[in-house]
Write a protein that binds this ligand. Structure first.
Ligand SMILES: Nc1nc2c(ncn2[C@@H]2O[C@H](COP(=O)(O)OP(=O)(O)O[C@H]3O[C@H](CO)[C@@H](O)[C@H](O)[C@@H]3O)[C@@H](O)[C@H]2O)c(=O)[nH]1
Ligand SMILES: [Mg+2]
Length: 190
């Protein structure tokens, strides 16, 4: 509850797949004046993502899939390398375990939440929960690939190669860069 905000009007613009609204509110500025502002919010729920890593082999498991919104904004073939991720329909840990199995085929033991972040706070309501989890070859129970219309490629690669791909721009997904940098700065694979 923030007493500097008075919501005046909420209008639904679209609820085709996720929910887009525009809200008019008054906000009490630092100078003591109430000013009227309108903001659109795109609500697609919250999400979770995980960096799967193997310490002895110093490898990580990432995914690769077609992301249409990137295709219309400068990503030539629309393919994106990402950490495994999914939208939440349960608590974040339960969801990320299920998503890991569906997308990568790994059924992993311990997972650890490392941080939470709003990824696009000017317009998208989503909060993303970030996990890390160690995988091993014996945890692989299927090929992964996703469900329904998903067509997800599973990539296992050396951690140093993934870091190199961040530097070269071959990896250009925010959550993926954040988790790889976390792994580097925290010495997760050392
Ligand atoms: N028909 C239809 N289907 C959609 C649409 N948008 C998404 N879907 C379907 O909804 C499902 C979402 O898959 P998830 O694996 O649960 O989510 P995600 O798209 O991988 O999202 C994850 O990554 C995002 C990007 O970084 C994150 O924003 C999100 O929080 C999550 O972590 C997929 O089957 C996708 O095809 C749409 O506009 N229309
Ligand atoms: Mg996904």
């Amino acid at each position: 509850m923030n007493e500097r905000i008075r919501v005046k009007d909420v209008r639904l613009l679209s609820d085709n797949w996720y929910v887009l609204k525009t809200t008019t509110f008054e906000y009490l500025h630092a100078d003591g004046q109430w000013k009227t502002t309108s903001r659109e919010t795109y609500d697609r729920g919250n999400g979770a993502t995980i960096l799967l890593y193997n310490r002895p082999r110093r490898t990580v498991v990432l995914t690769r899939q077609f992301r249409y919104p990137t295709y219309v904004n400068g990503n030539a073939d629309g393919m994106l390398i990402e950490t495994c991720a999914g939208l939440l329909d349960d608590d974040p840990e339960t969801c990320i375990r299920r998503e890991t199995e569906e997308e990568t085929g790994y059924s992993i033991g311990n997972v650890r939440k490392v941080f939470e972040a709003y990824m696009s706070p000017g317009s998208v309501t989503e909060k993303l929960f970030f996990f890390v989890g160690e995988y091993s070859q014996k945890d692989r129970i299927s090929d992964g690939g996703g469900v329904d219309s998903e067509d997800i490629e599973v990539l296992e690669m050396p951690f140093d190669e993934a870091l190199r791909m961040v530097a070269s721009g071959e990896i250009k997904d925010g959550k993926t860069i954040m988790l790889l940098q976390f792994a580097k700065t925290s010495g997760l694979l050392d």
